[in-house]
Ligand binder design. Structure first.
Ligand code: ATP
Ligand code: MG
Length: 332
């Protein structure tokens, strides 16, 4: 077990003195999330919505939402389009999440999340999102080059629209790394496989995404071995999140695991991985060490799973979870 850690409240409310350096998040395919609570949802019939919320989403946007609540300077960038894009932007403004997107004509996408608290299931219907025109990628690249110089981390999160080249994150990571910024990559499939060749500093696949990258893992020991192999290839930190089973991490030559999460009443785990990334980077930004950052990330992620909406948590719950979460140092 690791030594004593600062409670999250302290980490989150400690200083930002000296640095207005921000954490930049990049979302190539943001969405307007419509979250519906429906009792006894089924595949046919008419369902009346009991309560609902409309929130701007997309993985990077979720990361920025959490960072903003933790009072870490952040800016969300990426691609927005059409009326849906305008609504996403104005809702972000309302939330005081600073943003600076490249605009296209085509409509940004909508996603529908149906939470059924009776059956305890959630169902997502996700639009693919607009194709990104080449010119918009050029404009985004120029914006990234400029914003990276004001950032400590650039976080590339989520899947681009389906017909986007697998090279897209690889190219962008190479571009921003020229300014010396650190890079986190949280994506899946071909974008992750190609993106890691640009050596991001941190990746955070979930269990399925990780196995898609490295092949099947039949135990956490095997997962640690495969994560270590990625670290040997030049990625400093590999965090693999495993939903209710917690997460494992290899950071440099050290390996950690958080299992036995305190029981919570799961409402919606959507955005939990994004919350983990945000909590982890926020703690590092405030000068915390990796085990502390990993614990804080997992505590915020777990609180997110207990709430409706992506990047939604309470400080009280996080503080309480943080006291109960134990991190194990894995001796290999
Ligand atoms: N059902 C759950 N119960 C408790 N904690 C959870 C649950 N689901 C997620 N979490 C917390 O959130 C973290 C990240 O979850 P998960 O592995 O599901 O991320 P993810 O699939 O990347 O999510 P997303 O991409 O939607 O943000 C976990 O390590 C855990 O701390
Ligand atoms: Mg994820």
């Amino acid at each position: 077990m690791e030594g004593k850690r600062k409670p999250i409240a302290k980490v989150c409310k400690s200083t930002t003195e000296g640095s207005e350096v921000m954490i930049l998040t990049v979302t190539l395919n943001p969405a307007l999330d419509k979250n519906y609570v429906v009792e006894n949802f089924a595949l046919s019939g008419i369902h009346r919505v009991e309560s609902m919320s409309t929130i701007p989403a997309g993985k990077g946007v979720n990361v920025s939402r959490v960072l903003q609540q933790l009072q870490i300077p952040t800016k969300a960038t990426g691609i927005l389009g059409g009326h849906t894009g305008k609504l996403i932007q104005s809702l972000l403004d309302e939330e005081k999440v600073a943003n600076d997107f490249v605009w296209i004509r085509a409509e940004s996408r909508c996603s529908i999340l149906i939470v059924d608290e009776v059956k305890q299931v959630h169902t997502e219907v996700i639009e693919p999102g607009p194709t990104i025109p080449q010119g918009a990628i050029g404009r985004l690249n120029r914006k990234l080059e400029q914003l990276a110089t004001q950032s400590s981390w650039v976080v590339f999160s989520g899947s681009p629209p389906p017909d986007t080249t697998p090279q897209i994150y690889y190219n962008m990571i190479k571009l921003v790394k020229k300014s010396g910024v650190k890079v986190a990559l949280d994506t899946r499939g071909p974008w992750l496989k190609t993106g890691i060749k640009a050596q991001p500093d941190l990746i955070k696949p979930n269990w399925d995404e990780f196995q898609e990258l490295v092949g099947p893992c039949y135990s956490t020991v095997q997962a640690f071995e495969k994560a270590k192999a990625l670290v040997d290839q030049g990625i400093e930190t590999v965090v693999v999140s495993m939903g209710s089973k917690g997460a494992l991490a290899v950071h440099g030559n050290k390996s950690y695991q958080i299992s036995n999460l305190p029981p919570i009443e799961v409402v919606s785990p959507v955005g939990s991985g994004d919350s983990l990334v945000a909590g982890l980077l926020a703690t590092l930004q405030r000068g915390g060490d990796f085990p502390e950052a990993f614990c804080n990330g997992v505590a915020i992620a777990t609180s997110n799973a207990a709430h409706f909406g992506a990047g939604v948590f309470t400080f009280e719950e996080v503080a309480s979870l943080q006291k109960k979460i134990s991190i194990e140092k894995i001796p290999f």
